[in-house]
Write a protein that binds this ligand. Structure first.
Ligand code: PDD
Length: 286
């Protein structure tokens, strides 16, 4: 079966799916996006993803291209037409097509693109053995809380990780504190078992997985401390892990080649991984 994408009101064959060359997303990265997980054909955490999308749009003074209800109908339809059972939905909204001029156009209709694809199950070695991260200077702008498609620093960071044989690059600010990964949130576990992750501010994206994992951890009576942590602290931590819609909970066992804790996935990370897996399968209820 050939793949199908939703582009500005139509379901089109993936191979022909296109937007105009003067789309402001293409020319200026003037747009926002979301990535949502699909598990057993069902969108995971749809509402918080839509909330974050609305917030990103509002921060950029963009009107939503569709109501939340109509958007979720499109998501379901794209999932169905692509027969995705386990995978992701990608949604992107830009300020639309207009003659190239930095300031907002007087009149333009936002562009909306939705795709879905199946993803193979993750290799069990990732959870059994954990992953390496490297660190890079955080050279991004001061509004990383907006989920914009303007991702060049993140791309350069991920490429550095790839070249170093690492899974992710954690970004370090001018005070030597880790902000987040190029496409993930960063966490450490202290000797006491307390979780530490940076507080929500303009330096990081408010990850939906971060929110869900925080909630699951607190339900297990685990203490969560939201504060910045340094690279040195991370290397000296009992455990470290990262979270995102596509990486779930992934143990980090080495940072810049230095082992974290015992250099193997720790018990707190493994417990959170299991809880998050149950959440994905819809087995955790309020
Ligand atoms: N990335 N931080 C950044 C910079 C991200 O790009 C992401 C998500 C996260 C984690 O957010 P969430 O838990 O809501 O996925 C944190 C997505 C998956 C991506 O760009 O593909």
């Amino acid at each position: 079966m050939s793949r199908v994408a939703y582009v500005n009101g139509s379901y089109v064959p993936f191979a022909n799916a296109a937007v105009h060359i003067e789309d402001r997303g293409y020319q200026f990265a003037d747009g926002v996006y979301e990535v949502m997980a699909v598990r057993n054909g069902r969108l995971v955490d749809l509402e918080p993803h839509l909330d974050r999308l609305d917030r990103s749009l509002a921060e950029l003074s963009m009107a939503p291209a569709k109501s939340r209800g109509s958007l979720s109908v499109v998501f379901d339809e794209v999932v169905r037409r692509n027969r995705v059972t386990d995978g992701i939905v990608y949604v992107q909204m830009t300020r639309g097509v207009a003659k190239r001029d930095h300031a907002f156009p007087d009149a333009s209709t936002n562009s909306l693109v939705v795709t879905a694809r199946g993803t193979p199950p993750r290799s069990t070695s990732i959870i059994e053995e954990g992953v390496d991260v490297i660190t890079v200077p955080d050279i991004r702008w001061k509004r990383c809380d907006i989920k914009t498609v303007s991702l060049l620093p993140n791309i350069l960071a991920k490429q550095k990780a790839r070249e170093a044989g690492a899974y992710e690059a954690w970004m370090v600010d001018e005070s030597d504190r880790i902000t987040e990964g190029s496409s993930t949130n960063a966490w450490i576990v202290e000797e006491s078992g307390d979780l530490v992750t940076r507080q929500l501010d303009h330096a990081i994206l408010s990850g939906i997985t971060r929110m869900v994992v925080s909630d699951l951890a607190m339900r297990q009576q685990r203490r969560l401390v939201e504060r910045p942590f340094t690279l040195e602290e991370a290397i000296g931590a009992a455990e470290a892990f990262l979270t995102s819609t596509t990486s779930f909970v992934t143990p980090v066992v080495r940072i810049n080649r230095s082992p974290v804790g015992e250099g193997v996935p720790g018990p707190v990370t493994r417990a959170l991984y299991d809880l998050y897996e149950s959440h994905l399968s819809g087995q955790v209820h309020d």
